[in-house]
Design a protein around this ligand. Sequence first.
Ligand SMILES: *Cc1c(COP(=O)(O)O)cnc(C)c1O
Length: 462
Amino acid sequence: MATRERSWAEPYKIKMVEPLRMTTREERERALVDAGFNTFLLRSQDVYIDLLTDSGTSAMSDRQWAGMMLGDEAYAGSANFYHLEAAVQRAYGYRYVVPTHQGRGAENILSKCMIQPGDYVPGNMYFTTTRAHQELAGATFVDIIIDEAHDPSSPHPFKGDVDMAKLDALVERVGPKRVPYVSVAATVNMAGGQPISMRSLREVASYCRAKGIKVILDATRAVENAWFIKQREAGYERKSIAEILLETCSYTDGCTMSGKKDLLVNIGGFLALNDKDLYDRASNLVVLYEGLHTYGGLAGRDMEAMAIGIHEAIQEDHIRARIGQVEYVGERLAREGIPIVKPIGGHAVFLDARAFLPHIPQTSFPAQALAAELYLDSGIRSMERGIVSAGRDQKTGENHLPKLELVRLTFPRRVYTQAHCDVVVESVAEVFANRERVRGLKMVYEPAVLRFFQARFEPLPL
Ligand SMILES: *Cc1c(COP(=O)(O)O)cnc(C)c1O
């Protein structure tokens, strides 16, 4: 007899709650003008369901909170550092660990250690802070992701894969000595949380090893990537998430990590490396930018929470529910006919703002306008991932015009319930029904770096 299908449910129960504040439309109108139509500039008190980011916004477990009480706040040689180091070595397999206050701290140190001015750093699509640190160190970023990644309607199961012809063309053009490392992200945030396959990682590794080029993993969401490999790549169905994660890292020489994502903490990150020389330089530089190499800008308690978070992140029931929740929202939106990036990514559902608002040209910031409208409708906060995030070309000063013009609905881990998810779907559907009323925007203030965080806008006439 066939058993009836059972819904999955959150693999935890709630022990402590944080009340949410609901606002009126008038209050939201005022808040949005004060924020210059930039959701980054809204006050959290004015937000109902906060899908701005999954960075540092996840709920810690009772065990992590208990770990916070075990903080060894010694300046040097904290016990929590050794717990963290052992947890990273066990789960990710790298030899040396340098804690940093968050991911960009690790990116800064890595870029300073590895890049010479005039170098090229290829990557499977850029990430904002990663590319900014590469450029600050004097490198030029080169996108080597497969073309499908730039097409929101392509159903490719591994849109994070590297196009080996693009990588080889760069190396042939500038020579391997000008390419200190290849930067591979798993999953690819800017492509919509899309995974890279093990096959592609293996190919990159063998190519780079032959040429003496290092491979550095952005491991921020490598656990989510492992989940997709398990679901989609032949030969991995029966492997555990822990095994897949270790194999992923085995094709790389080190990683930068934002613990604020996969690792279920509110702050923290690390740089992990296999090369002793490189580690020595990194642990020397970290003293200058973050703190001693056994705390790297973190309190002992933060390192303890991250060490415990590593253990929790790789549990199958956790990762199934985490990605299952995102999938639930994405599938419901797709059923409403709302244009989203497919396949649905690991940490977020991405609305395709070009298809959603075809009457707004890219230079009038359709994704920014859509994020603002969604907030106005229901108090849900999302984020622009399009022309504003892409910034300007360093040399020409012209706007980058990315093919993807997206609004990201990002889900913090273990924070919102399925009922919250339903409210999100209802609000997006409402905005979609009235989409022709949404106006484009004009940028009235533009910061010099990472402009999406602080830029201000005004609505254009309809
Ligand atoms: C968040 C993130 C970073 C940067 O990490 P922070 O902790 O925010 O500094 C780097 N890469 C990816 C893919 C990220 O998602």
